[in-house]
Design a protein around this ligand. Structure first.
Ligand code: MN
Ligand code: MN
Length: 467
């Protein structure tokens, strides 16, 4: 039997593209062949993909989707719908300690995991997993890492900066403990000494406006922290993943670590690829607050280095660092006298990953479409232990995006579905558009309309990471 037959499209994998038909049964890809017309009569659904790219669903390994609360019960579901519209069929969320979690979750990784699982249960339209944020305020998070991996959570994120940062000794230990269990540490690399001093000096001068965010977090603070993380990776031999890498100088340390043969990887984000620090020159404080992100947006020279790094393999993947803050709520603090260092960090992006990466990367000739698939799907799935995701291959899940490369669209907040009320890409014209999206062989978006359902998305227990 065949549940879904996708016919006549150009199937894109990390290694090549070819015109082929795809059969999916029981949620998995069962056959890929030039002509599966013989299966059509007995297939439950047949989709004509002529003229379309048939890509594996995007795997976004860095999101801060919010769990539902009594006041806003639909946020996790709605951001999963937004993911589906964008062609993302599975995403990793962080549990975001400090944003509405209980005191127990603030002190324990495993308590946070239990709480997050209960709060997101049966709430997603696409598949999802969790990566835990390790807070330096927890009682003994390093001791909890083995049980965390055993519970199907094979990655965790540590911060070198912010008041909940992990000190260097425990950061080093976390790398080794996770590696010993087949897991992987993600590291937010910014130096706290430089940044704390710079923030304090600015506040003391009365420089509290959001435009001071970027100069308070210079690229050299990312540079020195990334160098330290790579040295720790060298000493431990652990697989280490640098999140949201934003600058040319930081990239150099990843490139050098790879040249030594270390099992390290790094991601960059769409905002560093599509926007630059000129955004902080806006005279409207709210426009600036919308791009208060850490690390901040960088120069166009940094941006060029990131694109070159993606093409060359120095960077391994693109993920969103999606934060569904709203201009009217969290970002609006900037208009209410809240100093730049207390304005919520981050920007929404869960729905626009493929659009921005394709529009800014493939259309411009910076990346081949095969390299894009590798960066958005195949490598993130492998590196983060999502073994059934990330490729159009027999045996993998039938997570498929039908993408029209001939379409054009202008990104507008009013046409997005995420739980933010703005997009940093407002007005950006891009080539290409998602037409239909399938998760395990079932349509969640068909011809641009949502046809999925709450609770269809499955929690993915991961076995290992760092491959
Ligand atoms: Mn971060
Ligand atoms: Mn983040």
């Amino acid at each position: 039997m065949t549940d879904l037959l996708v016919r006549g499209g150009t199937v894109v994998t990390a290694t090549g593209s070819r015109r082929a038909d795809i059969a999916i049964d029981g949620g998995r890809i069962t056959t890929i062949s030039a002509d599966l017309g013989a299966l059509a009569a007995a297939a439950t659904e047949v989709v004509d993909a002529n003229g379309l790219l048939v890509m594996p669903g995007v795997v976004d390994v860095h999101t801060h989707t919010r769990v539902g609360t009594d006041a806003e019960p639909d946020r996790f579901f709605q951001d999963s719908v937004a993911a589906a519209f964008g062609g993302t069929t599975s995403f990793l969320a962080f549990n975001n300690p400090g944003t509405g979690s209980s005191p127990a979750a603030e002190r324990s990784l495993l308590a946070g995991l239990r709480e997050w699982r209960a709060a997101t249960n049966a709430d997603a339209a696409v598949d999802y997993a969790v990566s835990l944020a390790i807070s330096g305020r927890m009682d003994d998070p390093i001791a909890e890492l083995p049980a965390m991996v055993d519970a199907g959570v094979s990655t965790a994120k540590a911060f070198m900066v912010f008041d909940f940062r992990l000190d260097d000794v425990r950061l080093f230990e976390a790398m080794g403990v996770l590696a010993g269990r087949g897991g992987m540490l993600q590291v937010h690399c910014e130096d706290p000494v430089i940044i704390d001093a710079s923030v304090a000096a600015m506040l003391a001068r009365g420089d509290t406006a959001p435009r001071f965010h970027a100069p308070s977090r210079p690229a050299y603070a990312e540079d020195v922290a990334t160098a330290r993380a790579m040295a720790f990776a060298r000493a431990t031999g652990a697989p280490v993943h640098v999140v949201h890498l934003s600058s040319a100088d930081a990239l150099r340390h990843v490139r050098e670590a790879k040249a030594l043969g270390l099992p390290v990887s790094a991601e960059t984000c769409p905002h560093y690829l599509a926007l630059t620090d000129t955004r902080y020159d806006a005279t409207d404080d709210l426009e600036v607050a919308k791009v208060v992100i850490s690390p901040p947006l960088r120069s166009s020279a940094d941006q060029d280095a990131l694109w070159a790094g993606l093409a060359a393999g120095d960077l391994d993947l693109i993920a969103t660092d999606h934060v569904p803050d709203r201009a009217s709520v969290e970002k609006g603090d900037a208009l209410r006298g809240v100093p730049f260092n207390r304005v919520s960090n981050g920007a929404p992006g869960i729905e626009t990953l493929l659009a921005v990466a394709y529009g800014k990367g493939v259309t411009t000739g910076r990346l081949s479409v095969e390299r894009l698939v590798d960066l958005l799907s195949t490598t993130p799935a492998r590196r983060f232990g999502l073994a059934r995701k990330g490729a159009i291959e027999v045996g993998r899940d039938g997570d498929i995006v039908l993408f029209d490369p001939a379409a054009r669209r202008t990104i507008r907040a009013e046409s997005l579905h995420h739980t933010s009320d703005y997009t940093p890409y407002e007005g950006l014209d891009v080539a290409g558009a998602v037409r239909s999206v399938f998760v395990r062989g079932r349509a969640v978006v068909r011809d641009g309309a949502f046809v999925g359902q709450r609770g269809y998305g499955q929690f993915i227990e991961r076995e290992g990471a760092g491959g």
